[in-house]
Design a protein around this ligand. Structure first.
Ligand code: GNR
Ligand code: NI
Length: 176
């Protein structure tokens, strides 16, 4: 297992649309394990493959709190089958947008189908934080970030700040 470097805003990699996983093999399971290790190290409660530079439709989630037994979930080629009309608001963060948090409104519950780490078709009815996290991660697979759900004014401020930070870190590398 290994911890992989995280892709940070405004890296255009985060805007790529990830490709469906064609086979659930040992290579893919190794990537899922590396993503879990990277997520636990951060620490975070979810991670999409694109956040470690892999444009594949794969995400991991573990909502267990500190001191609880780990509860790793691997979702491959996830699809939202149904979203509730009822909405809920959570304060979201993203490992690709460190130290920025904002309230996002999303459907309160979703039904999702996906392949598990054995390649077996599964369905999950999710609500609460699991529903929010699944939608946040599935957004990543489509090149969408949680800041796309906040006001343009706030989003522009965040993007500007991260562009400036990237410039300071790697002068000359960034364009724009
Ligand atoms: O660690 C994370 N916490 C979080 C909190 C509220 C809503 C979504 C998330 S996901 C985030 C990790 C991450 O960036 N996943 O893509
Ligand atoms: Ni994220």
């Amino acid at each position: 297992m290994s911890i992989k470097p995280l892709i940070i805003l405004p890296d255009p990699i985060l805007r790529q649309v990830s490709k469906p996983v064609e086979r659930v093999d040992s290579d893919l399971r190794k990537l899922a394990d590396d993503m879990l290790e990277t997520m636990y190290d951060a620490p975070g409660i979810g991670l999409a493959a694109i956040q470690v530079g892999e444009p594949r439709r794969l995400l991991v989630i573990d909502l267990a709190k500190e001191g609880e037994e780990p509860a790793p979930h691997v979702f491959i080629n996830p699809e939202i089958l149904e979203s509730s009309g009822q909405r809920s608001v959570y304060e979201e963060g993203c490992l690709s947008i460190p130290d920025y948090y904002a309230e996002v409104e999303r459907p309160a519950a979703v039904r999702v189908k996906y392949l598990d780490r054995d390649g077996k078709l599964q369905e999950m009815q999710a609500e609460g934080l699991m529903a929010t996290c699944l939608q946040h991660e599935i957004d990543h697979l489509n090149g969408v970030l949680f800041i796309d759900h906040i006001s343009k004014l706030k989003r522009d401020m965040v993007v500007r700040k991260f562009k400036k930070l990237a410039k300071e870190k790697a002068p000359g590398k960034m364009v724009g």
